[in-house]
Design a protein around this ligand. Structure first.
Ligand SMILES: Nc1ncnc2c1ncn2[C@@H]1O[C@H](COP(=O)(O)OP(=O)(O)OP(=O)(O)O)[C@@H](O)[C@H]1O
Length: 241
């Protein structure tokens, strides 16, 4: 498989000049970003700035009108979601979207795609012992934190090349947010490549290798957390404008 190298790192995902519309509303304006292998890339921005639309464009759920999406140098932008997923992109969606009337085990097995040396049900249970304990419970009876683990476990079982996480901290207690941070760190240690959408700045700063900020559908900052000045934070991430 051909790969693009930037400063010695393979680019797993390249998004180039995406323009996405909902009907007549032009939401994403030439959004470009790259996700490097083994790194946590974070997409930040206030409510309604286009973060979820970017994720949904990558997944083929809202096809962009213009732009390119390359997964390990192969174009995926005109593919339907199931093919994007098959190509190696997995999504932990906002709101978790687990099946409430299936058991934990059934939820996990809906997506399992085997890969040599990859994620298995046993490996998921090793990482999330709580899911093993609740294996036969209905998804709808789990706590918010357990549902988040289930949503992450289900995405991992597709054995993706890149994992997209859309606001995994949303609606969780501070204790559970710390748990999710610890999970993401462990996944990084396992070598997983991730694109994390967040509004929780402290979580983003703890995890990010590289940051993009979206404002009104446009990338207004790209750089390391050290390069993100207070001025930039106040301008683009403060809760009120
Ligand atoms: N299905 C839709 N139809 C029409 N407009 C939409 C739709 N979904 C989102 N939008 C609009 O697109 C813009 C970007 O929304 P998006 O959900 O991508 O933002 P976001 O940065 O992820 O914010 P949030 O954290 O609130 O989800 C907003 O103005 C929103 O109202």
């Amino acid at each position: 498989m051909t790969s693009t190298l930037v400063r010695g790192r393979v680019l797993v995902l390249q998004v180039k000049e995406l323009n996405t519309f909902y009907g007549e509303s032009h939401i994403l304006h030439d959004v470009s970003l790259t996700v490097k292998k083994g790194r946590v890339t974070v997409l930040l921005g206030r409510n309604g700035m286009g973060k979820t639309t970017t994720i949904h464009s990558i997944m083929g759920m809202v096809p962009p009108k213009k732009g390119e999406i390359l997964l390990q140098n192969k174009e995926v932008q005109m593919k339907p979601s199931f093919q994007v997923s098959k190509s190696g992109v997995a999504l932990v969606p906002q709101g978790r979207r687990i099946f409430s009337n299936l058991t934990v085990k059934e939820n996990l097995l809906t997506t399992h795609r085997q890969k040599k040396g990859g994620w298995t049900l046993e490996k998921i249970y090793d990482m999330f012992p709580r899911l093993k304990e609740r294996e036969t419970s209905m998804g709808g009876n789990l706590s918010g934190g357990e549902q988040q683990m289930l949503s992450i476990g289900r995405a991992l079982l597709t054995n993706p090349s890149v994992l997209l996480l859309d606001e995994p901290s949303e609606g969780l207690s501070p204790l559970m947010v710390n748990e999710v941070i610890a999970i993401i760190k462990r996944l990084k240690e396992e070598g997983l490549t991730m694109l994390l959408v967040e509004q929780n700045l402290s979580m983003a700063l703890e995890l990010a290798d590289h940051i993009y900020i979206l404002n009104k559908g446009t990338v207004v900052f790209t750089g390391s957390k050290e390069e993100m000045t207070n001025e930039i934070k106040n301008k683009y991430l403060a809760l009120s404008t």
